[in-house]
Design a protein around this ligand. Structure first.
Ligand SMILES: [Zn+2]
Length: 255
């Protein structure tokens, strides 16, 4: 089985929709292929994070006001008509149309629903948390030597991630591993800052122009992402924002 087929089948495999022989083929492939095994682990982590309440968006505050005032208006105009039973019908119709309108607005205005970056940030938080759960999840290649970690990625990725150790600046490299994020195989470099761990994810950017750092906070973790030298970088840690920024600057200056 080739990776492309395996990754298409992973969703069906997770949902138990494959027949036995297909399931066995997927399992066999994941035993032999780190990239697909990692895609499977990410899907599992992502699915459990979807159950997390942080992904549920509550309705905008003015929606409630709109429903209430619309209810009041309808109730007032109907106050003269005392026929019980029919009295509430226009209210129901108004309520239904307000909800429909809210749905249309929600789908039409990008700012109101989770964007691609939001979903990616969620994926990165899940991946970071999972990497911290077990020591064996942190790195596939354990070394603080950039000349050991960098060649380890050869042949495992279709790009060469920049790998640098920042021990002398207080951010020692601990190792690297392969991950599957944003629908592709990416490099994950694992760093330490005193008692905090940093994951730095790297993959080729679609456009080559550099972008400034964008900071975000998710579930207590600081995230920073930027594009530089044709690569996307996402750094995540429970480290404070200032020191994570310092780390990001070191990475950028090393390019
Ligand atoms: Zn594979």
């Amino acid at each position: 089985m080739i990776c492309e087929t395996a990754q298409e089948l992973i969703h069906g495999y997770l949902d138990g929709e494959l027949d036995l022989s297909r399931s066995l083929e997927v399992e066999q492939h994941m035993k032999e292929c780190q990239v697909c095994a990692s895609a499977y682990r990410n899907q599992t982590a992502l699915r459990s994070s979807f159950k997390n309440s942080s992904l549920y968006y509550s309705a905008p505050e003015n929606l409630e006001k709109r429903i209430r005032s619309s209810l009041r208006r309808e109730a007032k105009s109907e106050v003269g008509r005392r026929s019980f039973g029919w009295r509430w019908l226009p209210v129901g119709v108004a309520l239904a149309s307000v909800l429909l309108m809210a749905l249309v607005v929600w789908r039409a205005v990008p700012g109101l629903r989770p964007s691609g970056d939001d979903l990616l940030a969620q994926e990165i938080v899940s991946n970071h948390v999972r990497s911290l759960q077990l020591e064996s999840h942190r790195a596939d290649v354990i070394s603080s030597d950039q000349h050991t970690v960098k060649p380890w990625f050869d042949g495992k990725l279709d790009f060469a991630p920049p790998v640098k150790d920042f021990s002398s600046q207080g951010f020692p490299l601990l190792g690297g591993r392969l991950e599957y994020l944003n629908n592709r195989a990416v490099a994950a470099l694992f760093y330490q800052r005193q008692k905090h761990y940093i994951n730095l994810y790297i993959w080729p950017a679609e456009q080559s122009n550099a972008t400034g750092e964008v900071a975000a906070k998710r579930q207590g973790y600081n995230l920073l992402h930027w594009t530089n030298s044709g690569m996307n970088f996402w750094a995540i840690s429970d480290l404070n924002g200032v020191e994570l920024q310092e780390f990001a600057r070191l990475v950028q200056e090393a390019q």
